[in-house]
Ligand binder design. Structure first.
Ligand SMILES: [Zn+2]
Length: 265
């Protein structure tokens, strides 16, 4: 990968105790999107955050979701607008890989008309049969006109039991548990292997703790599988020094990532 940068589409707020912290104050959490520029000029996103319309008019998220998730967004905080400000044309985005199809991860896909959306086959099936209370919205599914469900193969990689090689730089890793088709996305950039772990854990401290935080327990499709996915992702980061694990909702981890608004060196 020629270049990889990260951003968030606004913030959400969640009570500290839900993240396993010893207090009830609200904690701001990001919704981290990876922007991966390939040498052929195309761009791959991992997740897409909220849409331009949702950032402009947060009530369009749906009042229940907006309040439950504590969504704090401003106009122009969507990924497409941020990309334009950074000099990247959103039309160059040809692929969006969804770690999963929850609304805070895929709402912004609607802003990328040239993109094919890739998600795990199980995730697509689950999204279509689940209710909004599980975090899936029919409007997100309807905008996925160019959806490509993929089935991972039983090819162990980096400690994960199933994988799917999308191309020579990007591999999808099975981390089901948070949802039935949750993926981690491994992206090779020089000697670094970035792994966007989505919602496998909410915080790096949760990943290393060996147990699910209350929010992970509450939202897990399958808690036992979610624990397995956490253990595998943690071990992968520990055992491979070239691996950098990224989590969708870890504010401290986000602050350490190369940012989209960084100037070229
Ligand atoms: Zn999430």
């Amino acid at each position: 990968m020629q270049r990889i940068r990260f951003t968030t589409t606004g913030w959400m707020e969640t009570p500290g105790f839900m993240l396993g912290l010893p207090h009830r104050h609200n904690v701001p959490i990001p919704a981290v999107v990876a922007i991966c520029e390939k040498s052929n000029g195309t761009i791959v996103l991992v997740d897409a955050g909220w849409s331009a319309e949702e950032c402009r008019r947060p009530s369009s998220i749906g009042l229940a979701h907006q309040h439950i998730l504590g969504v704090r967004v401003q106009p122009q905080q969507d990924v497409a607008s941020q990309m334009r400000r950074a000099g990247l044309d959103p039309h160059r985005v040809t692929t969006i890989i969804a770690t999963h199809l929850h609304l805070d991860h895929i709402g912004g896909a609607v802003d990328f008309p040239n993109a094919e959306i890739i998600a795990a086959h199980n995730e697509v099936t689950e999204a279509y049969r689940s209710s909004w209370m599980k975090g899936y919205r029919r409007k997100d599914l309807e905008c996925l006109r160019r959806l490509r469900p993929v089935r991972l193969s039983p090819m162990p990689l980096l400690g994960f039991s199933h994988s799917f090689e999308l191309d020579e730089e990007i591999t999808l890793l099975d981390t089901h548990g948070h949802t039935s088709g949750h993926l981690a996305v491994a992206i090779r950039q020089g000697s670094t292997l970035w792994i966007h772990g989505g919602d496998v854990a909410y915080q790096h401290r949760e990943l290393s703790s060996g147990s699910l935080c209350p929010l992970s327990q509450f939202l897990a499709h399958d808690r036992a599988c979610a624990r397995v996915a956490q253990r595998r992702l943690y071990r992968c980061g520990q055992e491979h020094p070239h691996v950098r694990v990224v989590l969708s909702h870890d504010a401290q981890g986000f602050a350490t990532l190369p940012a989209l608004d960084e100037q070229m060196p």
